[in-house]
Every structure is written in C-alpha cells, then in structure tokens.
Design a protein. Sequence first.
Length: 230
Amino acid sequence: MNIIDRRPSPPRKPGPLDALVFDAHRLPDQGIPTLAQLQSRANHFIMVRQIRSSGVVVKVTDDFDAHAMGGCFNGQAAWGEIVLGKTLMSVLTADEIDFVLAHEVIHVTENHLADRLPFSAVRGLYDFIALDEPIVQLGLMGYDFWKVIQQAQGNMPPAEALTREQELQADAGAVRLTGKKGPAVSALTKLVGGDMQAHSHTWEALTVEMPIMSMGERLRELHRTFPWWA
C-alpha cells in the first residue's frame, strides 16, 4: 500500500524554465481539447514525474466520465490508458481538465490498479464459486455483513479504505503536478453538482450502496493538505 504524504506544501513558485516547459504543453483555454493536446499534456505530466518511458494512451469517449487503467514498472516505464469523456470536459475549464488528467496520471504512475487487484481478484473468484456453492454464497453474505458493521463503527473495510487513500493521493498528486488547487476544488465540485454531501465513491454490501467518502470530506482533505495554495 502506498503511503500518502499529506504534509502541508508551500506555494509553488514557477521559475523561468518551469514556465517554458509548462506553456509548451498547456491545454487551450477555450473549447474541448483535441486528443493530441490531451496526449501531449499527459506525456508532460509523466515526464515531470521523471518516468523515462511511457506507453500511456489517452482516449476520449462521449461520456461524463474519467478513469484510468495501467501501471508503472519500477518507476521507469508507465503503460495503460486514460479515458476522458467529452460530456465531462464540456462543463470544465482548461485548468479543471488539467486537474482531472493529472489525477488519472497519478493513478497510473502510482500503480493504484495493481494495489487494488488482489482485493478484486479474490472477491471475483469467490463470487464465481458462489454461483454453484450456496455455502460460499452464505459466507460472502456474512463477510459483507461484517464490513457493514465495521463501517458503522467507523472502521472502513480494507479494500474500501485503500480506494479512499488512493483517491486522496491522486488529488494531492494532481495539485502538485498542475501547481494549482483552485481548479481541483472547482472540478470536484462540478462532478457532484455542488452537493458536498454527495458520495464521491461508493461500495456495495448486501445490495446496499455504502459511501466511501463524501465530496465534502474529499475537499476538506485537499484543503488540509494544501492550506496555503490557491
């Protein structure tokens, strides 16, 4: 499991070289960026993370969605894909799209998918076995019931706690990559239509949808990590 550095960071003060590199890859201020522009920006973020080789491909769909699949080998070679939806980008500014793209880059370069894989693989296997084995199905129901109790006691179940930590890490990493907190806050706010009680992420137990964290909680963590950043 990755350890998240949440120490307060000083405001970023770009130097002349930073400005030259940043402007060469920045997204246009008007309209939805082209696929080539998004790919160039993603490549730039990966380069800033000092990853020498990248096979990460940016794809665009028509959805209100953003997600990533892939990973990074030994901190030197990244691979996978980042998917951004046109419907989502149509309601975001260039700086907000920048944050979303950087957020997904962090998921890939920090191997978040690989970290979650053991949880999802084991659960998927037991779900498959439970199709023909009632006793296994009963065991899964008991495990879900235990997870519900854990959450009620304020103890997030392991897989869900990992998801929460990864999202917060991706938020913080994206702010560091872009050098801006404001677009992160406004982009996340738009994702839930301004409803801070809305669930940022959820999990399901006993056919009931449970919250991993609210968007308000997610933003509070961002402000706590970057108290001085604009």
